[in-house]
Design a protein around this ligand. Structure first.
Ligand code: SF4
Length: 390
């Protein structure tokens, strides 16, 4: 079977095999790689979506089948929280990670779970409201690197520092989309492990690369989660969102898949997509409390193209006019930033989850003060807004 898998890696052909046969081949590859004679830890990028769930599921089963003496390699299951994730999705990620971690303790599996977050200076609100960065769009997408790639990369780098090398397991699949297929192709060297494009010391292992979307759903629907329960909640989440997922992103060349035009689980604030179909799906499925989030996102889209909301000068004081004579406005004006924070805090009142943290508000306040130390008017406005939340 291993020979068949190696052949399939070369030819990208799983045709003629039943799903259970393919899964057995994949599990034997996972087992074989896990038992290699080195101690490099594994990191699994877990987005909470179907593909990374299947990878975690299969790795978990392989670990459970191994004698305890052979479970020597640490497996880190790492999710990233941008701090503006769709509330239902981040709720699912936290809940499933807790189950995965609790079961690992009982089963004595060397599994470590972790959630990375952007550092305070790189969060969505600190940049948008604090510094006035315009709501991200396809040409100025400042968010993915700061909020997703850097936190996950920092985690992987910390493991590389400790162990010299890391094996990164990703749930990418060739057949997921044309963009994904292009991204997957970059890793096609005919070997099981491929060097990561950006992270030195990181090798990428894509165990389910040849599975189809139907294969993934079929397997998840028919098998209980090895950490307890089943995958029905995940299936319902997709059904409600009627969309795809925003996967773990560890390099800029993968970034188009995050916030692309297809519907995905992503940040509820995402202004890169034309419409947030997943959040719309949740609202249609009965989660009416998220309707105001959709309105707020639309507001962020609208103010981006309102010249009255933007400064003429960029943050470095320059004025930008392109070769074709197009004027590129600068950041949101301070008044606009006050307005956004004011509205966000009003929105927060009726939400079951935190939309912005006290630390972010403090940092925003500090940035505003640094920017206009001589403006008591602005300082007063900040104080009034901040009073509303405390
Ligand atoms: S989902 Fe949208 S807002 Fe969030 S990081 Fe991706 S592109 Fe940026």
């Amino acid at each position: 079977m291993v020979a068949a898998f190696a052949e399939s890696l070369r030819t990208h052909d799983f045709s003629g095999l039943q799903l259970e046969e393919m899964i057995e081949i994949i599990k034997s590859e996972i087992r074989d790689e896990y038992l290699q004679d080195h101690s490099y830890p594994w990191v699994i990028g877990y987005s909470g979506g179907k593909d990374s769930t299947l990878v975690v599921h299969l790795v978990y089963e392989v670990l459970m089948d191994l004698p305890r003496s052979q479970r020597r390699r640490e497996v880190h299951i790492v999710s990233n929280d941008t701090l503006v994730e769709s509330p239902l999705v981040i709720g699912h990620i936290k809940e499933s990670l807790e189950r995965i971690s609790d079961a690992a303790v009982v089963l004595r599996l060397p599994v470590v779970t972790s959630i990375t977050t952007p550092n305070l200076d790189h969060t969505f609100w600190v940049n948008l409201i604090g510094r006035g960065y315009p709501s991200p769009n396809r040409t100025f997408r400042w968010c993915t690197d700061r909020m997703k790639i850097q936190p996950t990369s920092a985690y992987i780098k910390s493991k590389i520092e400790e162990s010299k090398n890391v094996i990164l397991l990703l749930g990418v699949r060739r057949l997921e989309s044309a963009t994904r297929a292009a991204s997957v192709k970059r890793y096609d060297n005919g070997e099981r492990l491929n060097r990561h494009n950006d992270l030195v010391g990181c090798e990428v292992f894509r165990p389910i690369v040849e599975l189809t979307t139907d294969d993934v759903w079929e397997y998840l629907a028919e098998h209980d989660a090895p950490w307890g329960g089943d995958h029905q909640k995940l299936i319902k989440l997709y059904r409600d969102a009627s969309g795809g997922e925003c996967p773990i992103v560890t390099q800029k060349s993968d970034a188009p898949s995050c916030g692309s035009s297809s519907s995905r689980f992503g940040c509820w604030t995402c202004t890169v997509v034309d419409k947030d179909r997943s959040l719309e799906g949740f609202v249609d499925a009965g989660f009416a409390e998220f309707g105001p989030l959709l309105d707020f996102r639309d507001y962020l889209v609208a103010i981006r193209s309102d010249p009255n909301k933007r400064s003429a000068r960029r943050r470095n004081g320059t004025i930008t006019i392109t070769d074709t004579g197009t004027f590129i406005p600068g950041p949101f004006t301070l008044e606009t930033r006050h307005e956004i924070l004011d509205r966000l805090i009003d929105l927060q009142r009726n939400q079951p989850v935190d939309l912005i943290s006290a630390e972010e508000i403090d940092r925003i306040r500090q940035i505003w003060s640094d920017e206009i130390t001589a403006s008591p008017k602005s300082e007063r406005a900040v104080t009034n807004i901040v009073k509303k939340v405390r």
